[in-house]
Every structure is written in structure tokens, then in C-alpha cells.
Design a protein around this ligand. Structure first.
Ligand code: NAD
Ligand code: UD1
Length: 452
């Protein structure tokens, strides 16, 4: 066995496990027949010692992104890379596309957009050993935890699946973080933790927990768990970001939303109407106590949401507050009819609306007070409703099959004409949405069911 002398500590807070060799010793390792992987490791006195090449030493901070191949995760990776972070992303492809070789087409396109590389691993958070193994290979400074399953209807049908994936997945993550002395995290929460609003706009101190669906309850439970954890163990520094309604796509038109599960949200449905694949928007309720009688939400451009995460990381690095929550929204309520009208104006395509009965469990009106994020994160949403519609439309029209073209093997590529897959055949809406979700093939070829 080679005898190694630690030359300097890799990180002052992590010296118990990691050290770096000077380049002279790395050279001697190479001349001893070692190839040059990124990380060398071996066992010594029953504890794993990681030898990291000096090249890995840099001032760049490294962010571990769970659920990185998904809608919000992929857009956030663009902002992280542009902000100068190194990114290690994982995903189990429960709701995102992958190639036969286990790559994430969304993240390949992220690299193309930014001109920067990231590291991706196919990994399930429920596989704690694999998560631990990945943490062992990298020096991680922050975690952004997007990975979750989120179909509301399905969560009511299969509650244990949701509690297991979302809650146990988070427990595994936090345990591994602790094991590796990583204590800084941004967690993807949702405005749904507020339940039916008692006042509008919603501030962060609005009561939480009165949530009517299992998906939302997993978010609430995780928030409570993280609060307890940071209370008990002072080293933690965690921000929960409560997203309002993210829509749109990266302005390049190269990345956007392309889930493997059916979805039921308004904006993708409106896009299908504009494409001519649906005759009209089914508006759930026209007699609410809102200016035009239709439901009101706070739609936020996905790139604004993404930049909110970079702002949150910056805040984590500046102050140790243990636990904080922030709303990420624009602060403006937009009705179903207003969104449809804007989409019509931006695309020049008709978007007729037909009033239907109210959707069971729907909230009438929900929009954020985003002042706290402005004051403490220095963040505000900059993009307009018009930007949201225009960027969504660009993604939709430039990628009628979503990421499918990147997933097909050369033999099957192009076998199905885009027109066949762009018919929105599986796009569902209404109160039963999500109840039949969860069907995806091993290689993600069940696409088109989402309307792309
Ligand atoms: P998404 O489904 O597009 O992305 C989530 C990703 O996590 C998917 O790629 C999925 O494959 C992955 N994943 C799920 N379980 C995993 C596991 N056990 N291990 C590894 N990967 C796993 O969803 P999104 O819209 O990007 O949402 C990201 C996060 O934001 C989620 O936590 C979601 O609950 C939350 N959120 C989303 C919205 C929204 O409207 N999109 C609103 C509020 C909160
Ligand atoms: C959904 C999710 C919620 C998530 C939130 C943010 C459900 C039940 N809830 O809620 O968990 O946190 O997105 O992304 O899926 N509408 C129509 N016709 C349609 C679709 C929607 O009129 O075909 C209306 C709804 O009644 C609502 C508005 O459009 O007033 C927005 O609906 P949707 O996009 O589903 O978002 P949320 O209801 O906010």
C-alpha cells in the first residue's frame, strides 16, 4: 500500500476525512500505475479516506442538486452555472426524460446553453448508499433539494408512495449531508402549505398545515421536520422556498417542461388550445369572488424562480440563521381568463374559454407578498406575464416532442412524426388529474402523453 502524507487540509471544517496530495505525490501515484480518475479513495483503519487531485481545489462552490433533470431543477442549473457554481446533479427519472445510456437530455441542453459542464448521476434518493457514495466523491458546499413527486391526484391514491419518496427521500439526503459535514440547504417548498388563504397577499407568517392533499402535506411535513432539525442541531442553515405557480421556459427555447407523468396545470393546457389540439380552455369555475369570476394565481417565470435559488445560496453564505422561509412569487394575481387572453395576444392564436364547474378542492385566489425575498435575498421577479407566455410558446413550438428527439436511439429517431406526438393525447385536466399517473417506460418512450 502506498504511504501518503496529507499536504494540506481540503477544507478546514472537514479535515477528519479528506485531504489533498501535493502534485509531486500525485505524479508518483501515476508513475506507480494509477490511472487518473477525478478522485482516488481507499480504506484505511476501516474509515474511507478520499484523495482528491489538487486540480479539484478551487474557489468555486459546489452545489448538489437533487431532481436536477426536472423542470425547475434544469432551469436552476442554468442559473447556477452562469453564477459560477460547480453543479453535481442527481435524478432517478421518475418524472424526467433520459437517454438509453442514462443521461438527462435536459441537462445536456443546460450545458449547451451555458457552455459549461456539470456532473450528473442517475440516482434515487431512496438509495442512501448511492447518495453517500456520490457525496464521497465530491466536495459539496450546498444542496438544493428539488427531487419530489408532485402529482396531486396520484398522491391521494397512493399516499405511502408520496410519503416514502418525498419524506424518506429527504431524511436520507439530510442524513448523508450530516455524515459529510454539509449543512447548507435550499428546499423546494410550495405555496400549497398555506392551504386556503386567510389573507391576501400571503406573507410567510401566514399559518401553514391546513393542506387538503397528500402531496402538499409531504411539503408541510418536510418543512416542519427541517425546522425541528435546525432547532436541535445549530450547524444547519436551511432555506425553504415556497414557490407560487412556475410557468414558461428558458428564453432560448432549448429547455422547458417535459414530464413523464400527465400534468393538469393551466398554462400547458392553454398552449394545447393555442396549438389547435384542444378546442377551448376548460375554465374551472366562472362565478368566484374575483374580478372576472375565474380563479386567480401568482404565475412566476421559471427563470425568475431559478434566480431566486442563486439568491438564496448567497444568503446562506452570508448569515447563519438556521432556518428561514421565503415566498417566491411576483406578488400579482392573474385570473384564468387573463392568462388565456395574454397567451392569445402573444401567440396570435385563438384561445377560447368555456366555463365549467368548479374543480373540487380548488383555491379561489392565491398570490404572494414577496417583500421578504426582496428585502433579505435581494431578489425580485423581473419577467412579465407576456415573457412567460412567449417563452412557453417558443419551447412548445420548437420542441413538439419535448426532449424525445434527444432520447430516441438513432434506429428509432424520427420513427414517429412530431404531429402524432404533439396531439396532447394524454393531457388531462380536471379534478381526476394525476389519478392514473405514474406510467412511464424504462427509456422514457411513453412521451407525447403529456401533450408535447
Ligand atoms: P419535476 O417533476 O419536473 O422535477 C422533480 C425531479 O425529481 C424529477 O426529474 C424526478 O424524476 C426527480 N425525482 C423524484 N423523486 C426522486 C427521487 N426519489 N430521487 C431522485 N430524483 C427524484 O418537478 P418540478 O416542477 O421541477 O418541481 C421541483 C420541486 O419543486 C418539487 O419538489 C416540487 O414539489 C416543487 N414545486 C413545484 C411546483 C410546480 O408547480 N412545478 C410548485 C411548487 C413546488
Ligand atoms: C397546482 C397544484 C399545486 C401546485 C401549484 C403550483 C393541483 C391540484 N395543484 O395548483 O399542488 O403547488 O399548481 O404549480 O394540481 N384551471 C382551469 N382549467 C384547467 C387547469 C386549471 O381553469 O384546465 C384553473 C384552476 O382552477 C386554477 C388555475 O387555473 O384557478 C391554476 O390551476 P393550476 O395550474 O392547476 O395550478 P394550482 O391550482 O395553483
Amino acid at each position: 500500500m502506498l504511504s501518503m502524507t496529507p499536504a494540506f487540509w481540503y477544507s478546514p471544517t472537514r479535515f477528519s476525512k479528506k485531504f489533498v496530495l501535493p502534485s509531486s505525490e500525485m505524479c508518483s501515484m501515476k508513475s506507480n500505475g494509477f490511472s487518473e480518475p477525478y478522485t482516488w479513495w481507499w480504506r484505511e483503519n476501516m474509515s474511507t479516506v478520499h484523495i482528491i487531485p489538487s486540480a479539484a481545489m478551487s474557489d468555486k462552490k459546489c452545489v448538489f442538486v437533487t431532481g436536477g433533470a426536472g423542470y425547475i431543477g434544469s432551469h436552476c442549473c442554468v442559473e447556477l452555472l452562469n453564477a459560477g457554481y460547480d453543479v453535481i446533479a442527481i435524478d432517478n427519472f421518475a418524472n424526467s426524460r433520459h437517454t438509453d445510456s442514462g443521461e438527462a437530455p435536459s441537462l445536456k441542453r443546460v450545458e449547451e446553453i451555458t457552455g459549461k459542464k456539470l456532473t450528473f448521476y442517475q440516482c434515487d434518493l431512496l438509495d442512501i448508499n448511492r447518495v453517500d457514495e456520490i457525496f464521497s466523491k465530491h466536495h459539496i458546499d450546498y444542496v438544493i433539494h428539488f427531487a419530489a413527486i408532485k402529482a396531486v391526484g396520484e398522491s391521494m391514491q397512493f399516499p405511502l408512495k408520496y410519503y416514502k419518496n418525498n419524506v424518506i427521500g429527504t431524511i436520507n439526503l439530510v442524513e448523508v449531508m450530516k455524515e459529510h459535514n454539509v449543512y447548507q440547504m435550499v428546499f423546494s417548498s410550495s405555496c400549497c402549505v398555506y392551504g386556503d388563504p386567510e389573507h391576501l397577499p400571503i406573507t410567510e407568517d401566514h399559518p401553514t398545515g391546513n393542506v387538503t392533499n397528500v402531496y402538499g402535506r409531504t411539503k408541510y411535513l418536510i418543512e416542519e421536520m427541517l425546522k425541528d432539525l435546525t432547532h436541535a442541531e445549530p450547524r444547519w442553515n436551511i432555506i425553504s422556498l415556497r414557490y407560487f405557480n412556475p410557468v414558461g421556459a428558458h428564453p432560448s427555447g432549448r429547455i422547458g417542461e417535459d414530464p413523464t407523468k400527465n400534468f393538469s396545470n393551466l398554462m400547458p393546457y392553454i398552449a394545447q388550445v393555442a396549438l389547435g389540439n384542444k378546442p377551448h380552455v376548460e375554465v374551472f369555475g366562472g362565478d368566484y369572488n374575483t374580478p372576472d369570476g375565474t380563479g386567480v394565481r401568482d404565475y412566476i417565470h421559471i427563470m425568475d424562480l431559478a434566480s431566486g435559488h442563486v439568491a438564496a445560496l448567497s444568503r446562506l453564505s452570508q448569515e447563519h440563521f438556521r432556518y428561514k422561509t421565503y415566498n417566491l412569487g411576483t406578488g400579482e394575481g392573474v385570473s384564468v381568463k387573463q392568462l388565456a387572453a395574454m397567451f392569445e395576444r402573444v401567440t396570435g392564436r385563438p384561445v377560447p374559454c368555456a366555463i365549467r364547474p368548479r374543480r373540487a378542492g380548488d383555491i379561489v385566489s392565491m398570490f404572494a407578498n414577496a417583500t421578504l425575498a426582496r428585502e433579505e435575498l435581494g431578489w425580485t421577479a423581473k419577467r412579465t406575464l407576456e415573457d412567460m407566455c412567449r417563452d412557453m410558446w417558443r419551447w412548445q413550438t420548437q420542441n413538439p416532442r419535448g426532449y424525445q428527439d434527444d432520447c430516441d436511439s438513432p434506429a428509432t429517431n424520427g420513427a414517429l412524426p412530431a404531429s402524432k406526438l404533439a396531439n396532447g393525447a394524454g393531457l388531462t385536466n380536471g379534478a381526476t388529474n394525476g389519478a392514473t399517473n405514474g406510467v412511464s417506460t424504462a427509456n422514457g418512450v411513453s412521451n407525447g402523453a403529456n401533450g408535447h
